[in-house]
Design a protein around this ligand. Structure first.
Ligand SMILES: *[C@@H]1O[C@H](CO)[C@@H](O)[C@H](O)[C@H]1NC(C)=O
Ligand SMILES: *[C@@H]1O[C@H](CO)[C@@H](O)[C@H](O)[C@H]1NC(C)=O
Ligand SMILES: *[C@@H]1O[C@H](CO)[C@@H](O)[C@H](O)[C@H]1NC(C)=O
Ligand SMILES: *[C@@H]1O[C@H](CO)[C@@H](O)[C@H](O)[C@H]1NC(C)=O
Length: 435
């Protein structure tokens, strides 16, 4: 894990240039105008950013005013914009992580993370309320369905939080579990009848085939084959009813890119005489190919909800090394204005917003059964430096003893229970509206 966290720490955080923000706001304003000219929704429910999302994901409605407004109730609220508020009504953890199947480094309650604030903060969207998912209702909602989480360890983090929460009302069976060197490449939990709900995780950090660092952390470089959608998840796409894709953290790393059997460029490889093409265009290409593939494989099946999560940033404080005990020792969210989404994260997020909008516009034109959505968590996650395990990575990690100054830290994944449950609350709203 050391190499991973180090790379992420080095990845750097800087504030969003005001110029870029200005352009974005201008674009938003223009799009909002266009939107109101062509399409009149119940305006009081809709915030500007919400409008932006609607315009993009329901692009074709601007051309046909007789289409009904999106019935999807959750679209009337922009869950991505809001703030974290202290909730006094929280009396304890949402669920017990002790006896459920979850990577032990994320069991912050069991591991004894001393500040318990991370259990109390509730996400308050700016324009509506977001209720916690109800595990019994959720299982009824997805009865007989297969939920698949595809991507890197953030996808797995979210899946395990969901399975753990659902375990409080129904005992899942572990159907598949491949313990490999890196662990948890493909796991499936089955909630037996009457639920018949499957939750699977498919480890595929770059979504396409990759060799090197993602297979062996001791290697610092990776080879990424941009046209190789041969990962295990691809074979199962037809059998996924809800697919959550969460990948991004593995892209900003030194890499050599292959396409059509040729090297098409590199990222951050001064040691080889090849053009540095950056990782952002590569990320876009991979997300686009993934969504096109999913769409093509799903056109004959039943309804499918495909949700792409935006990047949830890590919080390695640049004042310290990744292995200093204060690498992420804040115990409170950032206040409004105290932290901004880093440029690199904003860029990755925008790729997801744009590519999902493109996929959504194409698929509705063909009237396929696929609905594409964005789980936009970048802002809410950016505000939560307190939500990571930090040095509390094993059961009763310190039990009151002082944490040594040099220590392994996880400032990337989220404690569960914790704010990762909010991602699932929003996912539940999408499922209610979409499946
Ligand atoms: C608009 O959509 C409706 C319903 O799908 C369809 O009947 C109508 O022909 C469309 N009109 C135009 C101008 O495309
Ligand atoms: C959100 O909840 C609060 C407190 O329960 C309530 O006063 C408010 O009307 C709700 N807002 C919406 C948009 O439902
Ligand atoms: C759930 O998984 C089991 C075991 O892999 C499989 O037999 C079953 O068909 C799956 N059900 C759904 C709804 O995917
Ligand atoms: C780098 O590659 C270019 C194009 O293939 C070649 O012209 C150049 O000589 C190479 N430079 C070095 C230092 O090998």
């Amino acid at each position: 894990m050391g190499a991973t966290t180090q790379v992420l720490a080095d990845h750097g955080r800087c504030s969003l240039p005001t110029k870029l923000l200005g352009c974005f706001l201008f674009a938003l304003f223009t799009l909002t105008l266009v939107y109101f000219i062509f399409y009149s929704p119940p305006a009081s429910f809709i915030s500007y950013t919400d409008t932006f999302v609607q315009l993009k994901t329901h692009h074709q409605t601007t051309k046909n005013s007789s289409l009904p407004p999106p019935q999807a109730a959750w679209l009337l609220c922009d869950y991505s914009d809001g703030k974290w508020v202290w909730d006094d009504s929280v009396t304890g953890p949402r669920y017990d992580s002790e006896n459920c199947d979850m990577k032990s480094t994320e069991k912050c309650v069991v591991n004894g993370k001393p500040d318990k604030g991370y259990l109390h903060w509730r996400w308050q969207p700016a324009g509506c309320n977001l209720s916690a998912l109800n595990p019994a209702e959720f299982l009824r909602l997805v009865r007989g369905k297969h939920l698949a989480f595809v991507g890197d360890s953030t996808a797995r983090n979210q899946a395990e939080a969901l399975v753990c929460f659902l375990s409080s009302v129904a005992r899942p069976e572990m159907a598949h579990r491949y313990e490999e060197r890196l662990g948890r490449k493909f796991w499936r939990w089955v909630f037996p009848a009457p639920h018949r709900v499957n939750v699977s995780t498919y480890w595929s950090p770059l979504l396409v085939r990759a060799e090197g660092h993602s297979e062996d952390y001791a290697m610092t470089q990776q080879a990424v084959v941009l046209d190789a959608l041969t990962e295990p998840w691809t074979a199962d796409v037809g059998a996924m009813d809800v697919m959550v894709i969460s990948a991004g953290h593995w892209f900003p790393r030194p890499a050599m890119y292959y396409e059509d059997g040729e090297v098409v460029g590199v990222y951050s490889r001064p040691d080889v005489n090849k053009t540095d093409i950056g990782y952002l265009g590569v990320y876009r290409k991979v997300i686009r190919r993934t969504l096109e593939y999913v769409d093509a494989k799903s056109s004959t099946g039943g309804d499918k909800l495909v949700v792409v999560a935006t990047i949830a940033p890590a919080h390695f404080d640049s004042k310290y090394g990744w292995n200093h005990r204060d690498a992420c020792s804040r115990t409170k969210p950032y206040e409004d204005g105290e932290a901004e989404v880093a440029t690199a994260d904003a860029e990755l997020r925008n790729v997801v917003l744009e590519e999902v909008a493109t996929a959504a516009a194409k698929t509705t034109r063909r009237r396929g059964g696929v609905q594409f959505e964005v789980l936009d968590v970048t802002k809410m996650a950016t505000m939560r430096p307190d939500g990571h395990p930090g040095p509390y990575l094993f059961a009763h990690a310190y039990d009151g003893r002082p944490v040594p100054e040099t220590v392994g830290n996880d400032c990337l994944h989220w404690c569960a229970p914790g704010l990762v449950d909010t991602f699932n609350d929003i996912l539940a709203k999408m499922i209610v509206a979409g499946v």
